[in-house]
Design a protein around this ligand. Sequence first.
Ligand SMILES: C[S@@+](CC[C@H](N)C(=O)[O-])C[C@H]1O[C@@H](n2cnc3c(N)ncnc32)[C@H](O)[C@@H]1O
Length: 383
Amino acid sequence: MNVFSQLKQSAIDYRQVEGLTHAFYRYPARFSPEFARSAIQLFSKPGDLVIDPFMGGGTTILEAFVSGRRAYGCDINSLAVFIAKVKTTPLSNGAIDNVTAWAKMVADCMSFRAPTSDLELILNDVRAKNLSIPSARALKKAVAIALNLLDDLATSPERDFARCVILKTSQWAFDNRKQSTPLSEFRERIVGNAHEMAQELKEYSRLYRREKLRLRDRTLVQCDAADIHKCGAFVGDKAAMVVTSPPYPGIHMLYHRWQVDGRRESPAPYWITDSLDGHGASYYTFTGRNRDDFGEYFDKVVKTMASVRKCLKNGGHVVQMVAFADPERHLKQYLRSMNEAGYEEVKETYHRIRRVVPNRKWHANFKGKTAAAREVVLVHRAV
Ligand SMILES: C[S@@+](CC[C@H](N)C(=O)[O-])C[C@H]1O[C@@H](n2cnc3c(N)ncnc32)[C@H](O)[C@@H]1O
C-alpha cells in the first residue's frame, strides 16, 4: 500500500483510539493515532520539526515524538496542555508502581463516612460546581479524597500521572452518563484504570528509553495559535509540516466541560487537573456569540493559520482533518481562508479524503441540518 492510501485508510479507520498512552483521556474530536502517524511519515523525516497548533489531547505530538521527530504543540486550553504533558512524560517503573499502589490506598479511603473537615477547601472549589447534585454528590467526595491524598506522592510527575488517573475515572463516571455511578464501581474503576494506564505508561517509557528520546524535543505551550509564531524560536528552525484539526465551523463541541447528569455542564476537569478555566465555549471554538455568523470563525482561521505559516518552511505541508456541518457552504470558504493565510491545496496527487463521523456527540448549529458531521482531510502546502 502506498503511503497516501495508508493515510486514506487510517483516516477512515473507525476503531477506538488506543496504543501507547493515547487512551489516557477521551479528548473531544480527537483523531486516530494511525492518521497522525501516516501523515507524519508521508511528509516529514526523523529529526524534522512537526507542529500541531490545535493539539487537543496531543495525538500528533505523541506520534511525532515517538517517530523521532521534534514535536511542538500548542492549544488555548490548559486542559489539553496537561493531558499532552502526562501522555509524553516518561516515568521509571518504580514511580509508576508508586501511583498504582497509591490508587489502591485511595480507593480504600473512599467512603461515605470519611470526615469532610480537611476536604472543605477542595469541595468548595468553584470548579467543582454542578457536582453537588444528588446523583453526583457521593462521587464528588470520593474525587476530593483522592485529590487530598495527592501529596502522599513524592514527585510532581507522579502526582500529574495520578491526577490523570482520577481524570480518566471521573470522565467515565460523570460525563454523559445516563445513570449515576455507584461508589463501589468508582473505587474498582480507579484501581483498574491505574493498572491499565501503568502498563501503557511503562510501554511508552520503555520506547522512550530504547529510542533515546529527549524531553527537550517536545514542546507544549498554552497559547492562542494566532500567536504561535511569537511563542517558539522558529526563525532558524522552521517546521517541516503541520498535522492538526482545528475547531469546526457550525459544530458545537464541548472541549472544556463534562455533561453531568446528562445536561449540566461542569468544569470538573479543571478542578481535577488544577488548571485554569474561566472561558465560555466560544473561546475554544473560534466562534463569537452569534453562532450563525461565520465571519468571525473564518477570520480566526486566517489569523491562526497565517501565524502557523510563519513557523513553517516554504513548501512545508499541512495535513488537517476538518468537520463541516454544512460542507457545501463552508468547505469553499475554508479553502479561501487557507489561501489567504498563505497555502495552496495539494490537488495533483491527493484527492480530498472524506468520511462521515459515526456515533459522535456533537451538534450542528443549524436548524434542519443533520447532526452527523462530515470530516474532510485536506492537504496544503505553504507558498
Ligand atoms: C478538534 S480539537 C483537536 C483534537 C486533537 N487533534 C486530538 O487528537 O486530540 C481542536 C482544539 O483546538 C483548540 N483551540 C481552539 N481555539 C484555539 C486557538 N485559538 N488556539 C489554539 N488552540 C485552539 C481547542 O481547545 C481544541 O483542543
